[in-house]
Design a protein around this ligand. Structure first.
Ligand code: CMP
Length: 140
């Protein structure tokens, strides 16, 4: 089915200057960028976005890292966009990520793991609404 998902290029990958290389992977896989913004997240914005992880032991470090520099946030649209983006990213821990995935190629650690992607269509809808108003989405 035609789906939308959120992708966030995290502070480590923005600092490495690989936004374009990561966008190329989306485009080569048939995913279209239908909205995008660069943003330096506040503590409140990062805490709200990752609210589901509030009770996890890594929550503080996650928020600290996600506010350490600008991120690039995009909505990707395409057939099976949620699963396709997760395939492109590879496993959360780059040590476990398959060769040729974004995290295998650009990530250093489970914290600095280059990208975030929605894990389900349900969460994709929530995450898209968190960062974008409907008028900012440009279906094409
Ligand atoms: P992300 O997909 O952005 O969702 C939550 C993030 O928490 C995850 O990627 C990792 O960068 C980070 N994280 C740190 N430790 C863990 C862990 N043990 N399990 C899952 N995510 C973790």
């Amino acid at each position: 089915a035609l789906e939308r998902t959120i992708s966030i290029i995290k502070p480590d990958a923005v600092a490495k200057n690989v936004i374009g290389q990561i966008y190329s992977r989306f485009e080569n896989a048939g995913l279209k960028v239908v909205a995008a913004k660069m943003k330096h997240l506040s503590k409140k914005e990062a805490e709200g976005f990752y609210a589901v992880h509030r009770e996890r032991p890594f929550f503080g470090a996650l928020v600290e890292f996600m506010t350490s520099g600008p991120v690039m946030i995009q909505v990707l649209e395409g057939e099976n966009a949620v699963a396709k983006n997760r395939e492109l990213m590879g496993a959360t821990n780059p040590k476990d990520a398959a060769p040729g995935t974004i995290r295998a190629d650009f990530a250093e650690s489970i914290d600095a793991n280059a990208v975030h992607g929605s894990d389900s269509q349900e969460n994709a809808a929530i995450e898209i609404a968190y960062f974008f108003s409907t008028t900012e989405l440009c279906p094409r």
